[in-house]
Design a protein around this ligand. Structure first.
Ligand SMILES: Cc1ncc(COP(=O)(O)O)c(C=O)c1O
Length: 457
């Protein structure tokens, strides 16, 4: 039987050394991991399973502390929500005040319209907003309202995209189909074929063939949905393509939706809409909007969004609902975070984007100098490591070429007290100071050299 990546890494002298050291200093984490694997079907999300699992007890700013008392610089940042760092004062104060008032009511609360006004202020296409508890729900509502409004059945998404965990979001690019004419493929079992065959289509990313396909399918396409920056392939040279899509959608009577679950409030206060100077019809939010609490939101033009306002059971309405949607704790945290972002945008976004650029530039330069086959792709403060040599234009170019090296690398990084989530998408926040970024750069460089010493790259 072929050795697993972990076995390969463990056999390497430095990989083994760092794993042994981690095992010795994290006994409580190891015990919790044994317990968790017996009772939990999925702990966090399977893709986040770390090569060396550690269990976190407390957090603050750019740091997390595990149950054994070890402190790390975190680059997971809750998978994106903690744009202001872990537990920023403004959010903690707002949550403390809110807990004295109420936690969850499911009656009208005064906070929803306040946060909706803030979204309207930041989001170019927002005339109305509906809240949910996750980005997954937000994209589900976005697709449904687009179908309801246009009366057309299909939604187009792009090869390499991620839009959440519902059935419609799990139709992915079939890598065996031609790159410029991709077909859809169910991502895992349990997704009915009817979703793929009758309700979704996949478009080629960063390929003008997408414009022709939208024209050809305009009669059945309700909406074209795109992550303005893909988390698997973060880059900013996408403005022209986004504008081209917006124009074609308008020409064809197809709605255009930005999935801003990651980019919203991260690339700029006005998200990717501001960054790329574009106004789609609809936009979805999540992550940073909630200030660390679970949230999703759909925002858009009033005529489309009004479909949601007609009330449950209305034959011309579009359904939305959720016990915890718009709950006061989440709204309070979101208001505190977004007001802070609005009031500090002149300092916050230059910091995030400049530190992000510096980190990627330094690592890429180092890799070139040392001929290490690794690329750190980024769009401002979001990053993705790719352990391969060839240029990455789109998701199909991503390879698993140096998988064992990648696993060895994250182990060495963890051994130096920096956490990169194994999903390989990572983030810096306002709380990551220039000195933290220096530490991260040195950690990455030293760890890459360790991987080389382990003869994996
Ligand atoms: C672009 C995008 N859309 C939607 C989602 C789903 O959001 P959630 O995980 O909150 O359901 C994600 C999550 O990472 C995302 O990156």
């Amino acid at each position: 039987m072929a050795a697993t990546a972990e076995q390969i890494a463990e056999e390497r002298p430095l990989g083994k050394q760092v794993r042994d050291a981690l095992l010795a200093r994290t006994p409580r984490s190891q015990a919790l991991n044994r317990e968790g694997s017996q009772v939990l079907a999925v702990e966090v999300v399977p893709t986040f399973e770390m090569r060396h699992p550690i269990y976190i007890e407390s957090t603050g700013g750019a740091r997390v502390t595990d149950v054994d008392g070890n402190s790390y610089i975190d680059l997971t940042m809750g998978m994106g929500p903690h744009l202001l760092g872990h537990r920023p004062d403004c959010v903690v104060d707002a949550l403390r005040a809110q807990i004295d008032q109420n936690i969850h009511v499911s009656l009208h609360n005064p906070l929803q319209s306040k946060l909706a006004r803030l979204v309207e202020d930041a989001c170019r296409c927002a005339e109305q907003v509906v809240f949910s508890n996750s980005g997954t729900e937000a994209t589900m509502y976005g697709m449904r309202v687009a179908r309801g409004f246009t009366g057309k059945p299909k939604v187009a998404s792009f090869s390499g995209s991620y839009h959440g965990a519902h059935d419609y979001a799990l139709i992915k690019d079939n890598s065996e189909s031609p790159p410029s004419d991709p077909t859809g493929k169910n991502y895992g079992r349990g997704v009915p074929d009817v979703i793929k065959d009758d309700t979704m289509m996949v478009l080629p990313y960063r390929d003008e063939r997408a414009f022709d396909l939208i024209r050809e399918h305009a009669h059945e396409l309700a909406v074209v949905m795109i992550e303005p920056v893909q988390s698997s392939n973060p880059r900013t040279d996408i403005k022209e393509f986004l504008h081209g899509l917006n124009d074609v959608c308008r020409e064809c009577g197809v709605l255009f939706m930005f999935d801003e679950v990651i980019t919203g409030f991260r690339m700029a206060y006005g998200g990717a809409q501001e960054y790329f100077d574009i106004t789609p019809d609809l936009a979805t939010y999540g992550k940073a909007l909630g200030g660390g609490m679970a949230i999703g939101a759909l925002a858009g033009q009033a005529d489309v969004m009004e479909m949601l306002s007609k009330g449950w059971g209305h034959p011309d309405g579009v359904f939305s609902g959720g016990t915890f949607s718009g709950n006061p704790m989440t709204m309070a945290a979101g208001i505190a975070a977004v007001e802070y972002m609005r009031d500090h945008q002149e300092i916050l976004y230059p910091h995030l984007n400049e530190q992000g650029e510096r980190l990627a530039r330094e690592i890429n330069r180092f890799c070139e100098e040392h001929q290490i086959p690794v690329q750190l792709m980024n769009a401002g403060s979001m990053f993705h490591f790719h352990f391969q040599r060839g240029a990455i234009e789109r998701a199909r170019d991503i390879s698993d070429e140096h998988h064992a090296a990648e696993n060895d690398f994250y182990l060495h990084v963890l051994g130096r007290d920096v956490i990169v989530p194994p999903l390989h998408v990572f983030f810096i926040s306002e709380a990551h100071s220039a000195a933290d970024v220096d530490t991260i750069i040195e950690t990455f460089k030293d760890s890459l050299l360790d991987v080389r010493a382990d003869r994996l790259i």
